[in-house]
Design a protein around this ligand. Sequence first.
Ligand code: UD1
Length: 417
Amino acid sequence: MDRLVIEGGRRLEGTLPVSGSKNAALPILIATLLTDEPCVVENCPTGLRDIRTTVRLLESLGKKTKVTGSVVRVESTGSLKTQAPYDIVKQMRASVLAAGPLLARFGLVRVPIPGGCAIGLRPIDIHLKGFETMGARRIADQGDIIMSAARLRAGPIRLRFPSVGATENLMMAAAVTPGRTTIKNAAREPEIEDLAAFLVRLGAAVSGAGTSTVVVMGRAKLHGARYKVMADRIEAGTFLIATAAAGGKVRVAGAEASHLTAVLAALKKAGAKISSGKGWIEISMDRRPKSVAVKTSPHPGFPTDLQAPWMALMTLATGFTKVGETVFENRFMHAAELGRMGARIAVSGSEAVVAGVERLSGAPIMASDLRAGAALLIAALAAKGRTTIQRVYHIDRGYEAVERKLARVGARVERVK
Ligand code: UD1
C-alpha cells in the first residue's frame, strides 16, 4: 500500500492548479441516466477512484462510457437496468444518487442500503421521504431498498435538513417528472448550482439553485448535452490552508473565490493576505496564524469538508481555538493523529479545543478518511522533519496526483509504493 513521505518546513511558492470538482462531477455523471442521448462531461477529475467507480456504475446500469483525459463520454446501448450492484454502492455512497433518475424514468429502482462510514451513520431517510412525497412506495428487502411508483408526481417537497445528496437526487427525479416540483429547505452548495446548470442543458427548467428553494419544471424526455464541471472548491480550500500553515505565496489557478467566502474570511482573520480574480485566488502568509474559531454548517457556512484542514492550521495558531462540527457526528478522527505530531487538541462531543503550539514535528501517522488525510498532509507540510502518512488511498479519493501538484510549489512529497 502506498505511503506519502513528506519533508516538512518548506515555504510553498508558485501556482497550484485545481481539478474539476469531484462532488459536482459525481451527480452530473449520474444525471446522464436521465437521457438516452449522448452526453459529454468535461473537466472530470478522472484520476480519482470515486469518478472511476461512477463510470463503472453507469456501465453496470447499461451505459457505454469512454474516458479521454478529463472528458467522460456517456452513450446509450439500449435499455437501462434499475438495480445498482452492491459491490459498487458499498465502495461509494454517492451511488445512491442513481435512485432518483431510475425511479423517475422507469417507476422502479433497487439499491442496497449504503452503510455508514468513518465520519458517521449517514442515513438516506431524507432522500427516501422525498421520493415518497413524489408518490413512490418503499419496500425493504434483504438489505436493499426497493422503491416503486407507477409514475412520480411533481409537487412541493420540504426537506427536514438541507442534505446535499437528497437535494441532488430529488432534482434529478424532478427533471424527468412532468410538472413543477418545488424543493424547500434545499441545500445551497455550489455543486447544486452546477447540477442545475447541467439539467438545464438536458432540457429541464430549473430555478433557485443556490437558494433554499429550488424549482424544477420537469419534462418527460430530456436530450443529450455537453457540459464542463466547476472547479473543486474543497481542493482549492485545502491548498490555501496548506499555504497558510507552511507559509509562502501560492496562486490557486481555476479556483472561484465566491465559492469559498467563509473560508477566505477565516484565512484573512488568521493573518493571511488574500487576493482573487476571475478563476484564481492568491494567498500569502508569512507569520504564525492567529486563532480563528470556526463552526461548520451547510453552505454558505464554513464547509465540513474543510474542518479537518482548518484544525490542522489552528494547531499552529497563537492561543486557543474552538472548532465546532455540526454536519457530521463523528468527524474528529484527525485530532488524535495530529496529536502524534505535537498538536494539543481536546475533543468533547461536537467541539474541539486546540491549544496552538509553535511548531509540529514529523511523525509516522495514518489517514482515517479523506479530509482527515488532507489535514495530516497540511500538518506534515508545516512540520519540522519527516512525516510518513499511511492509508494514502483515503487522500487519493479526493485529491488528484497530490504529490505531483504540491511538488510544483516546492513541497517535498514522495509517494512510496
Ligand atoms: C455531500 C458531500 C460531502 C460533504 C457533505 C456535506 C458529495 C459526494 N459529498 O455529502 O463531501 O461533506 O455533502 O457538505 O457531494 N443526512 C441524513 N439523512 C439523509 C441525508 C443526510 O440524516 O437522508 C445527514 C448526514 O448523515 C449528515 C448530514 O445530513 O450528517 C449532511 O449530509 P448530506 O448533506 O446529505 O451529505 P452528502 O450528500 O452525503
